[in-house]
Design a binder for this molecule. Structure first.
Ligand code: CTP
Length: 435
């Protein structure tokens, strides 16, 4: 009896999927179809899958061709499946030609020509697309244009700037459809506004966009005035739309898993959080407020919003252009310490210290796909590894698209109360900063 296996995501099931399953079946007597799990797709950077795993399995089952359906959950699973299920032939589409030759040591590998003119990607692009418009006063960061390409249903289309030549330059540089300096016209063209301003006008543009009923993503912090921020979140709630602060960190799987593990007691009671960040690595334009905001955000996600006191101290050498800034935050049962340096050699890591061990993100913790836990006792090092692609913004965009399609407006990754707490904290910090 010849046993055949084939794999796929099988999103928005189409004729190409049916054809390859049929042809795989015809090559043997028993067919196993592997369907990728949601977490595996996210890990390999495929963020645009529409159908749930259950629906994708159901669609494969409905072909009546699969004798068995399994779930593909991790990279490297194919080898163990081939051994475990005693497979004779692996069948895969020609778009993968050569990629699975290494499996020829275990079974026959057959690449079949893809069915022409159909793919899940093509079908996804026929669904509803949301257009993003950028509000900016600079041309140096077009990350949103690039990152939105990785999330289905999104497209960055136009740019607004009060300074028309900047809008034109941005439009040409990042190949958008249009540019302008008339905000009302701009609002009519798009459904999502991304506000990326170095000036202090952010809250005004957030307000105007929300009033027009648009979803808004704004660089963080939107404002350090807690009352103003609170009123913007209320406005969003009244309009039944979402206001996002751009903090990719809280949308990263690794960071969410870290928070979940610490709250779940992996390292016992949490006594301290320590985060170090080199200004020049974090932010090429050196925006200190944003750096402090990010660091504080990591702290409140781990230790919560019930802080008691915050202190800021700074030493530096203007001639050498270096500085060392330290922020300490006191909680009822724990402490946090943030080091922000400029022109100095420090390790950019984040540590959570608990009564039963410690969790560390070794480097560039704000862009992380990895953390490790050292526990007291027998099995000391646990590693947690997730995919991380681009600059992280795509994970926020993906969450936003899921919320839009589910008609949800409650952002569980960063609650408005958390943003407002951050505004209180950062205002206090900046008041203490020597000028
Ligand atoms: N396949 C095919 N012909 C097509 C589309 C897919 O033979 N027109 C095959 C793929 O080569 C693969 C299997 O079907 O062996 C599952 O493919 P999958 O990646 O799930 O489908 P795609 O339509 O290629 O999805 P996407 O556009 O998201 O890459």
């Amino acid at each position: 009896m010849k046993r055949v296996i084939t794999y796929g995501t099988f999103d928005l099931f189409h004729q190409g999927h049916y054809n390859i399953i049929k042809r795989a079946k015809d090559l043997g007597d028993y067919l196993i179809v592997g369907v990728t799990s949601e977490s595996y797709d996210i890990e390999r950077g495929k963020l645009n899958v529409k159908d749930s795993l259950l629906r994708r399995i159901e669609n494969v089952r409905n072909t009546g061709l699969a004798d068995e359906i399994i779930i593909e959950e991790y990279q490297g699973q194919k080898v163990s499946d081939i051994v475990k299920y005693n497979i004779d032939i692996l069948v895969i589409g020609s778009d993968w030609r050569g990629k699975f030759d290494y499996l020829k040591n275990y079974c026959q590998v057959i690449y079949l020509e893809r069915t022409k003119n159909i793919s899940s990607t093509q079908l996804r692009s026929q669904g509803q697309t949301y257009s993003i418009g950028v509000v900016t006063d600079t041309t140096w960061d077009g990350g949103i244009v690039w990152e939105s390409k990785y999330v289905s249903g999104l497209h960055t289309e136009c740019v607004f700037s009060e300074d028309l030549p900047i809008a034109q330059k941005f439009c040409e540089k990042y190949e958008l459809n249009s540019f302008g300096d008339d905000f009302s016209l701009f609002l009519e063209e798009v459904s999502i506004i991304y506000i990326h301003l170095l000036s202090s006008d952010k809250p005004a543009y957030v307000r105007k966009s929300l009033e027009a009923g648009k979803y808004v993503i704004c660089d963080a912090p939107i404002t350090i005035d807690p009352d103003e921020l609170s009123s913007l979140f209320s406005l969003a709630r009244d309009k039944n739309i979402m206001l996002f602060e751009r903090i990719p960190l809280v949308y990263l799987r690794a960071f969410n898993q870290l928070v979940w593990q610490t709250h779940g007691g992996l390292i016992g009671n949490i006594l301290a959080v320590k985060a170090s960040i080199s200004q020049e690595f974090f932010h090429e334009n050196g925006n200190l407020t944003e750096t402090i905001f990010y660091s504080l955000c990591s702290v409140i996600k781990i230790l919560g919003t019930k802080w008691l006191d915050v202190q800021l101290h700074e030493v530096g050498d203007q001639k050498e252009e270096c500085s060392y800034l330290v922020i300490t935050i006191r909680y009822p049962q724990s402490y946090a310490m943030i080091e922000i340096t400029k022109g100095l050699d420090v390790e950019d890591n984040l540590q959570v210290i608990g009564s039963n061990g410690r969790i560390t993100i070794p480097a560039d913790w704000w862009n992380t796909g990895y953390f490790e836990a050292r526990l007291h006792g027998t099995d000391p090092l646990k590693r947690f590894c997730f995919n991380f692609e681009g600059n992280g913004l795509r994970y926020l965009l993906q969450e936003m698209m899921i919320m839009i399609s589910d008609h949800r407006t409650d952002n569980a990754r960063l609650f408005p109360e958390e943003s407002i707490t951050l505004a209180h904290m950062i205002r206090k910090c900046l008041e203490m900063k020597p000028v």
